[in-house]
Unconditional design. Structure first.
Length: 114
């Protein structure tokens, strides 16, 4: 069964070399940096949201689970909804000052972007 990895090799050109060994690329795991080493930017975004404002926290380096946990904490403390994906946290409404205060309280060096 270990040799039956054809799904991982889709799109690979056939080789006539009898000694050819296919090597798959390993996905590099992203480690979450400690809060003191993160450089978070807190800004406001209105683009493609029908005029609605969202607070955008960008610059997070780490796993998706840690990003979602931080987003969940910020959304709960602000009392609003939002989402966390692609290294960014979206919080509904203009909560820039409150989010910067919460992040610095948690040990993240956060700056207000705009």
């Amino acid at each position: 069964m270990a040799d039956n990895d054809w799904k991982q090799r889709l799109g690979v050109v056939f080789s006539t070399n009898p000694d050819f060994q296919y090597q798959s690329e390993e996905q590099a795991t992203v480690e979450t940096l400690p809060p003191a080493r993160q450089k978070l930017r807190v800004g406001i975004d209105r683009r493609a949201r029908a005029g609605k404002q969202v607070t955008l926290v960008s610059g997070f380096v780490g796993t998706q689970e840690d990003l979602e946990a931080l987003g969940r904490t910020l959304k709960t403390r602000c009392g609003v909804g939002g989402s966390a994906k692609d290294g960014e946290i979206l919080i509904q409404g203009d909560h820039r000052d409150r989010v910067v205060a919460l992040l610095t309280e948690m040990g993240y060096p956060a700056k207000r972007a705009n």
